[in-house]
Design a protein around this ligand. Structure first.
Ligand SMILES: Cc1cc2nc3c(=O)[nH]c(=O)nc-3n(C[C@H](O)[C@H](O)[C@H](O)COP(=O)(O)OP(=O)(O)OC[C@H]3O[C@@H](n4cnc5c(N)ncnc54)[C@H](O)[C@@H]3O)c2cc1C
Length: 313
């Protein structure tokens, strides 16, 4: 029977919702146990949150000063050690997970399964390839532990609140590397909703034209309570910071409403919004590929249409 270890992602003492999404994938494996592993310097608050997630059997904690910051080089040996006896190690397919999971896989001597979109069986998974142009079914060898990253946008978060899983401290006897050290965390401060978990996202592309012009996107997003995203072209041109990038090499998101403004709809952008609900596009080129995926399309100049939309809201 499968035993799944889900690695908790957290920041500032708070659990990231990607953890509950990874638990949903673990539930789909239909195994005998789902344990969540919390690695931090101060574990209590995070473990208490994780214990409430539906489907979690136990929360295991490793409290060490070295775990104060999520350094993959430091966390991976502890996860690999804690993984003994588990058939699966699931990590959210976020920046955190993409950093740590390959190291865990390497330490366990297995090939990682990346970006799991659906669980077809305990060792059979669906994942996107070719920038989301095709979905491949992959089968992992049951003789080895499965190390997989879970595509957050493809899984709803498991319900939080009803469960009260036991929390146990875990002793992991492993020498930690010292060649990677934490220097500083530079984090964008924003009052806007988080791009990765927002239900509404307004994104701007190269068509917005400049950093100053991007104000029109920020203002409109604020008006409807949306997070702000961007195409890679907008990021590369310096209109907005790279943490706003949506797409293959940016964030994969699944908002209920996605508005693509001055974005042509390149495949690498579309792969980031595959699981979005309603897609609205504003573009002056009626032939832009974004209109092929948009539920609602407005052909025209964004600088004319957005103020009109704003006025009618
Ligand atoms: C390996 C790889 C990975 C990549 N990863 C990503 C990724 O993660 N995310 C991503 O977005 N891209 C990614 N790209 C880049 C991608 O191929 C496109 O180049 C990019 O998405 C284009 O951005 P854009 O739509 O803003 O710009 P453009 O393609 O230049 O489109 C701008 C659009 O704005 C419209 N427009 C211009 N002015 C106005 C106006 N006044 N009013 C209304 N519309 C207007 C134009 O008609 C045009 O359709 C990747 C590329 C590669 C090769």
């Amino acid at each position: 029977m499968s035993k799944i270890l889900v690695i908790a992602e957290h920041l500032g003492g708070k659990l990231n919702s990607s953890t509950a999404r990874a638990v949903s994938a673990a539930i789909a494996v239909k195994g005998e146990a789902i344990d969540v592993l919390v690695l931090a310097d101060s574990v209590d608050a995070i473990a208490a949150e994780a214990a409430k997630i539906d489907g979690v059997s136990r929360v295991l904690t490793v409290a060490r000063a070295e775990n104060a910051h999520p350094l993959a080089a430091v966390l991976a040996p502890q996860i690999a050690k804690a993984a003994a006896g588990y058939s699966h190690v699931f990590v959210p397919s976020t920046t955190f997970g993409k950093d740590v999971a390959p190291r865990v896989a390497a330490l366990l001597g297995v090939a990682q399964v990346s970006d799991v979109m659906s669980v077809e069986g305990a060792h059979t998974f669906k994942r996107p390839i070719y920038a989301g142009n095709a979905i491949i079914t992959v089968e992992a060898d049951p003789a080895y532990a499965v190390v997989a990253t879970i595509r957050s946008a493809s899984w709803p978060a498991a319900a939080i609140g009803a469960n009260n899983a036991p929390v146990e401290a875990l002793a992991v006897d492993v020498v930690l590397p010292t060649h990677t050290r934490f220097i500083e965390l530079k984090q964008g401060a924003s009052d806007r909703p988080d791009l990765q978990s927002a239900s509404k996202v307004v994104s701007g592309g190269r068509g917005v034209g400049s950093k100053e012009n991007f104000d029109i996107i920020f203002k409109f997003a604020d008006k409807i309570g949306a997070a702000v995203g961007a195409s890679r072209a907008a990021v590369d041109a310096g209109y907005v910071p790279s943490d706003l990038q949506v797409g293959q090499t940016g964030k994969i998101i699944a908002p209920e409403l996605y508005m693509a403004i001055g974005i042509s709809g390149a495949i690498q952008h579309l792969t980031g919004i595959k699981d979005a609900g309603t897609i609205v596009a504003i573009n002056k080129d009626a032939e832009a590929p974004i209109f092929e995926v948009a539920d609602f399309g407005l052909v025209g100049d964004l600088f004319k249409l957005i103020p009109e939309l704003e006025a009618s809201l």
